[in-house]
Design a protein. Structure first.
Length: 404
């Protein structure tokens, strides 16, 4: 199994991280306002040398005197917890007057706070209003956020075409998350005619800026030849980039490549490493494959306890083959104490999903009273289910029991 494109929720800017350097750049670019105070420049110099407490001391009186740039800076200190305890309510208090005074970055941040309900009750409609004011002033992050609002119908009527319009404006300005969102729209045909070539173009633009989900999707495009010429080496390049940023599906796909020798030399140790990384993030198929590695000693030392642990993790997420293999470990007493009741429990879960070998084993449990009360009717029922899928042993068992 190799993971193909998955469409997570549209991606916005990292909302809990606010760049003071960006805030300073935006505010310094703004024209001076009447009554601006020297404390703002002193605070900016303090930030540049990493002395946020000094910046706080300089910006507070300037903010209280109405300097919108200082208000934005002070809000950002509260938002990030630099030089002062993190405080969303105080951040919101200072973003608002800065936004009302025309600070574009403050308008965007005020929109985020209202959208997420940070320091105030969530108000998506008001958030859209501030996103729009910032977007129309050219703020790429706000343009992306406005596109997300239209895409989700949050605070505004859902309009996929309008979402694409704003994603495009932000993408053309170089906003990586908007480039990913625009690519996603082209990939899925939302608000625009589906166009895999355009999707790959914008995935690449975002991927080259380090956008991890775009790197993964670009890797998938190269794996499948969707919008680009299929190229396993390029697929591996982008899977690796996304995997190193923690994208579990990319870690899994990279592991499969090493497992099968697709685009890279076959390397069971490297495969096990990436299965482990993805498994630890909860990816069920990676958990199953890692368990197989431990059971078979492929890329890792044979360890039945570790195999049982990872089979169990995958089994709990509903992977039928993991449920079957875990049942087998309980029957054989490998990595766990022998327990026919637990084995039958896992066989049943897999059998109910249509796993033929589990259906046969469950029938066997009922026929022989191992892990379940002996019940020939139930045994025949499950043998027949397995036989219908071509299980020869089950077919013979049905005949044998039916003739008795």
């Amino acid at each position: 199994m190799v993971y193909a494109h998955e469409y997570p929720p549209m991606i916005g800017l990292a909302r809990l991280v606010v760049s003071l350097a960006l805030v300073l750049a935006l505010s310094l670019a703004a024209p001076l306002i009447a009554g601006a105070r020297a404390e703002y420049a002193d605070g900016a110099r303090a930030v540049a040398r990493g002395d946020y407490a000094a910046a706080l001391r300089e910006w507070r009186p300037a903010a209280e005197a109405g300097d919108a740039r200082a208000q934005l800076g002070l809000a950002t200190l509260y938002a990030t917890g630099r030089g002062v305890a993190k405080d969303d309510a105080q951040a919101l208090r200072w973003y608002r007057p800065a936004a009302e005074a025309g600070q574009v970055a403050a308008r965007y941040m005020l929109g985020l706070y209202l959208d997420e309900g940070r320091g105030v009750a969530a108000d998506p409609r008001a958030a859209v209003g501030w996103f729009r004011r910032a977007a129309e002033a050219g703020h790429a992050g706000a343009q992306n956020a406005l596109g997300m609002a239209y895409n989700a119908g949050r605070g505004v009527a859902r309009d996929a075409a309008e979402a694409v319009r704003w994603f495009r404006r932000a993408a053309e300005a170089g906003e990586a998350n908007a480039q990913y969102n625009l690519a996603n729209a082209y990939d899925d045909g939302r608000g625009v005619t589906r166009d895999p070539v355009q999707a790959a173009r914008w995935y690449r633009a975002a991927a080259e800026q380090g956008q991890a989900q775009a790197q993964f999707n670009l890797g998938v495009a190269y794996s499948t030849g969707d919008g680009v010429t299929a190229d396993r080496r390029q697929a591996i390049r982008w899977y690796r980039a996304a995997a190193e940023q923690g994208i579990a599906q990319a870690q899994f796909n990279l592991a499969v490549a090493y497992d099968k020798g697709h685009g890279v030399p076959q390397d069971p140790t490297e495969a096990a490493h990436w299965y482990q990384r993805a498994a630890e993030q909860g990816l069920a198929q990676a958990q199953y494959n890692l368990a197989l590695s431990y059971e078979r000693g492929e890329g890792v030392r044979t360890d039945y306890e570790a195999a049982a642990r990872w089979y169990r993790a995958a089994a709990r997420q509903g992977i039928p083959q993991a449920q079957f293999n875990l049942g087998n470990l309980y029957v054989e007493g490998r990595g766990v104490e022998r327990d026919y009741v637990k084995a039958t429990h896992w066989y049943r879960l897999a059998a109910e999903q249509g796993h033929a070998s589990s259906q046969y084993n469950l029938g066997y449990s009922y026929e022989h009273g191992e892990g379940a009360p002996r019940d020939l009717k139930k045994a025949i029922f499950w043998y027949r289910k397995a036989a219908q899928q071509g299980n020869g042993r089950a077919s013979r068992a049905v005949k044998r029991l039916s003739n008795n």
